[in-house]
Design a protein around this ligand. Structure first.
Ligand code: FAD
Ligand code: MLT
Ligand code: ZN
Length: 466
């Protein structure tokens, strides 16, 4: 089939409004937000329904055209960006944006894949319920992308990764079969829990078209504190104390380095509310019951007595809470404005974090002298964004390998929450065992034998044969 006939078959499925073929109109879909992976799609296809998605997948399969699923295009690993062959389509879920139901008693929400995360959270909040997945890009990321990356964020400590929120999904398989698993069940042990394969698979195994997510009661009280600490060791000791004293109320515990605060002051115009230090902790406790503030204050008083905290502020109002969080939420954009960076999204066993930070810093200075660090992240989850600011003379690949070699030595992961996409394909091959990689290839080849879905993402192109 030639391109004209193929595009016309797509148009007959999604209509004129659902098909973009003009380069200027496709520009925003053709590249990742960091502008690291520019591509050239043959078309951008924007279905309105799951049946249209299924028909598009069948048409692509018949024409031998491969598919790059895309939701909000906020991913960190280039997973949603097409290659530059001109032989791929971007399948955008952005027009599938209906919130189907919010059930405040059953504690569920059912949404189409293109619903923006913040919109889903707001719909839950309007019924007094909470969708806990939270991160700085939630105003653009869409539920399909969030599930496909198994996104983490700031509330994992208390609520778990996105996976723990997913009760059911609807998915279009690589051959165009539509599978409806939109159950709202808390308990379901009937056969294999196949949805888990699609969660976090970054569009390489199927296309998620809708989902049922678990909600929780909306916490009515929150206490947020920003604390200066001497070192990652002190931050870890503070986390230990917080877990003992406020336990399950602790919902976020973020570590932020002094240079990260320097970046948001320089590039986002924000002001650190306490004296500068090498490290800071931003922590939040939430509850449906009152009394948190007193508990948080007691915790901080104890932390000062034990010399774990050097300085600190507890938010006195909603506005101050927002200000404290904006320090954290602006780090990524400030880093992007500051120039070139090599991003790492590592996890190691929690108690190894201080040793890892010290060793990685020393290893980098030895291998690539003069690099600057921008280290921050979800300490409570053992997950740091160990980002390295580089200039032209630095070898980005060497920076990457130096950090990841150490991660491997610590028994860690080279992607705690952002995924592999195309950014980390080679590093996944380098850091996972032959047996694990063979298992991944078997899964890919069982579900997508012709490699029509997001080829070259997660696993190398042509690498799906077991
Ligand atoms: P996209 O970028 O569109 O896609 C991501 C991947 O999923 C791609 O491989 C794509 O092919 C695939 N995909 C998309 N939709 C579907 C679908 N319907 N079916 C199958 N595959 C699909 N991530 C975190 O985990 N934690 C954070 O704290 C965090 N903070 C961030 C902060 C900022 C400022 C930014 C810009 C990003 C951040 N991210 C974070 C990364 C990103 O926002 C998340 O990975 C998000 O879940 C991606 O959603 P998306 O809709 O943008 O997906
Ligand atoms: C965050 O936690 O803000 C993002 O996941 C991090 C990043 O920019 O690397
Ligand atoms: Zn993160």
């Amino acid at each position: 089939m030639n391109d004209v006939a193929f595009l016309s078959s797509l148009r007959s499925v999604v209509g004129d409004a659902g098909l973009l073929t003009v380069e200027a109109e496709m520009a925003g879909y053709a590249i990742d937000w960091r502008k690291l992976f520019p591509g050239k799609p043959l078309a951008v296809v924007r279905p309105k329904t799951s049946l249209e998605v299924a028909a598009v997948v069948k048409a692509c399969r018949a024409a031998g055209v491969t598919i790059v699923p895309q939701s909000g295009n906020t991913g960190m690993a280039g997973g949603a960006a097409p290659d530059d062959s001109g032989r791929q389509i971007v399948l955008s879920l952005s027009r599938m944006n209906t919130i189907r139901t919010v059930d405040p008693v059953g504690l569920t929400i059912e949404v189409e894949a293109g619903v923006v995360l913040a919109v889903a959270k707001q719909a839950a909040a309007e019924k007094g319920r909470f969708l806990p997945v939270s991160f700085a890009a939630e105003g653009s990321a869409m539920v399909g992308g969030v599930i496909s990356t198994n996104a983490g964020g700031i509330n994992v400590l208390r609520y778990g990764m996105t996976r723990t929120m997913v009760l059911g999904i609807e998915v279009v398989l690589a051959d165009g079969t539509l599978v409806n698993g939109l159950r709202r069940l808390r308990k379901d042990n009937a056969g294999y829990d196949w949805k888990q394969l699609f969660i976090g698979s970054e569009g390489t195994l199927g296309i998620i078209t809708a989902a049922v997510l678990r909600l929780t009661p909306q916490p009515r009280h929150a206490t947020t504190a920003f604390v200066a600490v001497e070192s990652p060791e002190a931050a870890l000791a503070l986390l230990d104390k917080a877990q003992t004293e406020i336990g399950e109320a602790l919902s976020a515990f973020e570590l932020i380095s002094g240079p990260s605060i320097g970046l948001v002051e320089q590039f986002a115009g924000l002001k650190c509310p306490i004296a500068h230090a090498d490290w800071f902790v931003l922590m939040e406790a939430t509850s449906t019951l009152p009394g948190l503030k007193h508990a948080a204050q007691t915790l901080l008083e104890g932390a000062f007595e034990d010399c774990l905290a050097l300085d600190g502020v507890v938010a006195e109002s909603e506005a101050q809470t927002r200000q404290l969080w904006s320090l954290r939420e602006n780090i990524t954009e400030s880093e992007a404005r500051s120039g070139k960076s090599v991003k790492h999204d590592i996890s190691v066993p929690l108690t190894a974090i201080p040793a890892f930070v010290a060793e990685a810093d020393a290893a980098l200075q030895a291998a690539t002298p003069g690099v600057k660090l921008n280290v921050f992240g979800h300490l409570g989850d053992g997950n740091l964004h160990f980002n390295v600011l580089v200039s032209a003379e630095h070898d980005a690949g060497l920076v990457n390998r130096t950090v990841h070699d150490l991660v491997a030595r610590y028994g860690g992961s080279i992607s705690a929450e952002h995924g592999i996409g195309q950014y980390r394909v080679n590093e996944l091959q380098r850091t996972r065992s032959a047996e694990e990689l063979a298992l991944m290839r078997q899964i890919k080849s069982a579900l997508d034998p012709e490699s029509g879905l997001n080829p070259g993402k997660v696993l190398p192109k042509g690498g799906s044969a077991a």
